[in-house]
Design a protein around this ligand. Structure first.
Ligand code: GLY
Ligand code: MN
Ligand code: MN
Length: 448
């Protein structure tokens, strides 16, 4: 789920579409290879790649499944009060279909069938909700062309269709994700349970790593989108360092960053921006926003623009007045050394935990081991905290963050440095080089 996504501009940016005020022949969106012009009607497009890309991903997944059936739901409901259709979309569904403006939809794959092997189910049309959300397309050739599916049905037929195909193949793949025992039962498992009760002999198998293992290895086109998200994010952080002033509020700084995202190709936020000053910079997921930036403060900005579905995730910590104190500089240099040690530990074939160990060693040696208590990083992609196993050997073309920190609330500051890295055969390529990271380079930028 991507419920941390918020469009830049919030309501103002999303309300017209959500309220159905899109002109009848809206201009085509500048995306690479959508299924057709973004005419009025939902689902309006595949996004951000051409339908063949998604068809190939589904074919690859079906080859892994071998037989049986598998259901992947989009989100089942729109969170209350949220007009942004992206906010409730399931990333696996989006990865396999490209469709990101549908709730209540599902994908059914049946690789052992000799005829049609993939079906898309969309929630029924409803005149009254269409007055608010815009017209939904009728089933038929136009909908099939736009979605790239040979067969599109309404969601009411999903249980019956899954049941009859599962009865023939005897197997249902749970395609994940695995959730904690306290979370609601995933919709696919709920459906499989009902089918199994009515079809003795049909079994559920755990195939939860199949989509995850595909998603973790980014395609070149996905890496290109992440690079664009990184470039927009770097522009935001450059603006922050150049425009921060003592006396400004955290909220003002956040607006500077997010405006720069938008001016540099960002189409949304990967997550809620964190702009924290002084003692708040030692709070990991601070969202207070109303602090006033004071002379001598360290300012921590953990932000990520979103482009075409993909997120960046970069943190910079810098002195509000442009000059590190000796203590701030010492802590800063330790965190940077830890990040570099983490980078040196990574390459394809090595688990991410090797970087965690290397970075911890540096921070422990500085005597600040107790002041670094979170994990070193995560995978990045369609979700800012993307799928992947930190204990498994990293594949080539995974994208990860390395984000050590030292948090000293009793000293009134914290430092985190976070960058994005592409895993290659030879190492971890530092992707977010467009915004200074060395303390001296930060001071030089801020002095201009
Ligand atoms: N921005 C949240 C994180 O760095 O994981
Ligand atoms: Mn971050
Ligand atoms: Mn992160």
């Amino acid at each position: 789920m991507t419920d941390r996504r918020t469009f830049l501009g919030g309501l103002a940016a999303t309300a017209p579409a959500a309220l159905g005020m899109v002109p009848l022949a809206a201009p085509a969106r500048a995306q690479d290879g959508m299924a057709g012009p973004a005419l009025f009607g939902s689902p309006s497009r595949t996004f951000p790649f051409a339908p063949d890309v998604y068809r190939e991903r589904r074919a690859k997944l079906m080859a892994k499944m071998g037989g049986g059936v598998g259901v992947v739901y989009s989100a089942t409901s729109q969170p209350e009060g949220v007009l942004d259709p992206l906010s409730s979309q399931d990333d696996d569904f989006e990865y396999l279909t490209g469709i990101q403006d549908e709730v209540g939809a599902a994908l059914l794959l049946a690789p052992s069938e000799s005829g049609v092997r993939e079906y898309l189910f969309l929630r029924p049309r409803d005149d009254e909700s269409e007055r608010w959300e815009g017209v939904r397309l009728s089933t038929g050739a136009e909908l099939e062309r736009r979605t790239g599916f040979d067969k599109v049905y309404r969601s009411g037929s999903l249980p019956g269709m899954t049941s009859s195909l599962a009865g023939r193949s005897g197997k249902m793949h749970f395609l994940g994700p695995v959730v904690s025992p306290n979370a609601p039962v995933p919709a696919a498992l709920e459906l499989y349970g009902k089918i199994a009760q009515r079809n003795p002999g049909v079994v559920t198998v755990n195939s939860a790593t199949m989509i995850r293992d595909m998603r973790v290895q980014k395609e070149p086109r996905e890496i290109a989108h992440i690079r664009k998200a990184i470039a927009a994010t770097e522009a935001g952080l450059m603006a922050a360092m150049q425009q921060v002033r003592v006396g400004m509020t955290e909220r003002e700084l956040k607006a500077i960053i997010e405006n720069a995202f938008r001016a540099n190709g960002g189409d949304g936020l990967g997550f809620q921006s964190i702009t924290a000053t002084g003692r708040a910079s030692a709070v990991l997921h601070y969202d207070g926003n109303d602090g006033v930036i004071r002379d001598g403060d360290m300012v921590l900005c953990d932000v990520g623009a979103h482009v075409g579905g993909y997120s960046a995730d970069i943190t910079r910590s810098f002195p509000a007045n442009g000059r590190f104190t000796d203590e701030q500089r010492r802590i800063y240099d330790t965190v940077l050394a830890a990040q570099n040690a983490g980078q040196r530990a990574l390459k394809a074939g090595v688990p991410y935990t090797a970087a965690q160990d290397a970075a911890e060693k540096v921070i422990d040696a500085s005597g600040n081991g107790d002041a670094f208590w979170h994990s070193l990083g995560h995978f990045v992609g369609l979700d800012v905290h993307d799928v992947g196993d930190v204990r498994a050997p990293l594949p080539e073309n995974a994208v990860v963050t390395i984000e050590p920190g030292i948090y000293l609330p009793e000293r009134g500051f914290g430092v985190r440095i976070e960058d994005d890295y592409l895993i290659t055969r030879g190492g971890a390529e530092h992707m977010s080089t467009g915004v200074p990271r060395d303390a001296a380079a930060i001071e030089a930028l801020m002095a201009r």
